[in-house]
Write a protein of this length. Structure first.
Length: 537
């Protein structure tokens, strides 16, 4: 039994093995967690009341430091080609060392749900060393009603100790930073990093493991629903616009990052949003800007003006991966249930830094599976050390680091759901036009929104399309209010020959990446690949 309050190591902490604790702060809300975070010098306040914290050395996830126990539970069910393993013995040693390290600490505990659908949600207990981490995970997962806390029995337990330092030789990991998952015992251990996103992605990874067996497709996507009940899903990697484009004032936001799709429709895994906020502005993203400046928001690595304490969202000196975590209810038109009916549209977002993809294209079901398994976007110069020119990033199913099972499991489920519910599929380029990154310019968000609106309300179905000679998908030739030349990327380039060379180069990258999936897909999906021979015609 867990109620809200302070306990001296009793209840669930003892049962989990946490002994000799100074105390446990159970299910504290934002005001109490603010007090502790400020008192412990973990964070500072922005002018409007957001809690602002630095994450230190790690300003993003560290997928190379994530490990899963390889045992009878996971031996034949995990995608070992994309996941690193440790033994049950190494995990047990790490677990005991975590428990020892926590002795004498005051920990913060939250009892939460991963998933809005009561049939499929996972009851999650999270112990954190830092108060702001407790506020973060309380914001990002779904909060039970007070009456539900009394009988709360966790199905997943996370212990998050940033001050813990792993020993690679002793624990079978790579560095002092570690995320270790034991699916048999349903325990996640996170140490050595202050980046709070590791907690939420550990819950996502866990749901990605368990839900396919229950007939639910877990997805790294945002989602919203129109006034007529027309649900839309937005797949995309970080920086492609999942959060921005799903926060549409004319549609109800279901969630911005993680959802499940099953027999009753879709449901959000989370109770909050985790938006990338570099260059955030009230003009381009008014809802997210307002939510990021409210009491209860958590800003990561955002620079504050020393005098006014106003956030400078344009300052990427700490990292380009500045983040804002805020409750869903901070978005005025967000769904309170986190659930919606069967999707009518699936949108796959790519920030194409090569500047050759059209702003929108219609995909056949086979093309949708091809691009889902490809999971393309591009990194640009300056966002990562050593990146000096556009670099393709292929993250299968738009979430490779979070896939415990083989990608074909998720790909086949998506294709079946698209066919069953007659879903329209679109590929949207939120990246560059008029040239590669550095020469061209970012796709205007007004153009993207206009094209998306037309796709979601059905009007884009009725325009004339051409077949793109590089990628083979259907591209609209005109839409009222959208400059026609932007729909045909070659027309936006001054150097047409350079466009052709760049487009062929990107096609070759797609083909090379997809070789690893060719044996797992049928002839229709293989035929959906872009083809440089077609481009020569």
């Amino acid at each position: 039994m867990q109620e809200t309050g302070v306990h001296n190591g009793a209840h669930g902490a003892d049962k989990f093995g946490l002994k000799n604790l100074k105390g446990v702060y159970w299910n504290f809300g934002a005001p109490q967690l603010y007090e502790h975070a400020l008192k412990n010098n973990e964070a500072v306040l922005s002018a409007e009341g957001a809690l602002v914290a630095d994450t230190g050395v790690f300003t993003g996830r560290s997928p190379k430091d994530k490990f899963t126990v390889r045992d009878a539970t996971t031996e034949n069910t995990m995608w070992w080609g994309g996941n690193q393993s440790i033994t049950a013995e190494q995990f047990e040693t790490l677990y005991q060392d975590f428990l020892k390290h926590a002795e004498g600490m005051s920990l913060f505990a939250q009892d939460l749900y991963g998933g809005a659908d009561p049939t499929f949600r996972i009851k999650t207990r999270v112990f954190t060393e830092l108060a702001w981490h407790s506020l973060f995970i309380r914001t990002l997962l779904r909060r039970p009603e007070q009456s539900e806390l009394a009988g709360f029995v966790p199905e997943l337990t996370i212990i998050d100790l940033p001050s813990f330092r792993a020993d690679p030789k002793r624990h079978g990991c790579r560095s002092e930073n570690v995320v270790a998952i034991d699916f048999a015992r349903r325990i996640v251990l996170i140490g050595g990093t202050q980046y709070a996103g590791e907690m939420k992605k550990s819950v996502f990874t866990t749901l990605n493991y368990y839900l396919p067996e229950k007939g639910v497709l877990p997805m790294h996507c945002s989602a919203n629903v129109g006034p007529n009940g027309d649900t839309a899903i937005f797949f995309g990697l970080s920086g492609t616009g999942k959060t921005t484009l799903s926060a549409d004032p004319n549609r109800t936001l279901i969630g911005d990052d993680e959802h499940g799709w099953g027999k009753d429709g879709i449901f959000n895994f989370e109770g909050g949003c985790y938006a990338k906020c570099i260059k955030l502005s009230p003009e381009a993203e008014p809802e997210i800007f307002a939510a990021s400046n409210m009491f209860g928001a958590v800003l990561e690595n955002v620079v504050l003006d020393e005098v006014t304490r106003q956030p400078d969202f344009d300052d990427g000196s700490k990292t380009e991966n500045t983040r804002s975590a805020y409750p869903l209810e901070s978005i005025p038109n967000a769904s309170r249930t986190g659930r919606a009916g069967q999707p009518k549209n699936v949108v796959m977002l790519a920030a194409d830094a090569f500047g050759v993809m059209p702003p929108i294209a219609k995909l056949t079901p086979a093309q949708a599976m091809y691009h889902f398994l490809s999971g393309y976007t591009a990194k640009v110069a300056g966002t990562e050390r050593g990146v000096t020119e556009p670099t393709p990033e292929f993250s299968t199913c738009f979430g490779s680091p979070f896939l415990p099972r083989d990608p074909s499991v998720y790909g086949n489920m998506l294709r079946e759901l698209i066919a069953k519910h007659d879903v329209d599929c679109w590929l949207v380029n939120t990246g560059w036009t008029g040239g590669i990154y550095g020469t061209g310019h970012r796709m205007p968000i007004k153009v993207t929104r206009a094209l998306l609106t037309a796709a979601l309300d059905g009007s884009l179905r009725n325009v004339e399309f051409r077949t793109d000679k590089y990628f083979g998908f259907a591209v609209p030739t005109a839409l009222p209010g959208v400059p026609s030349e932007i729909l045909d990327p070659v027309k936006t380039w001054a150097d047409k020959a350079a466009f052709d060379v760049t487009a062929r180069k990107l096609v070759g990258m797609f083909q090379k990446n997809f070789t690893k999936f060719e044996a797992q897909v049928d002839a229709d999906v293989r035929a959906a690949a872009p083809d440089v021979k077609m481009a020569a015609e």
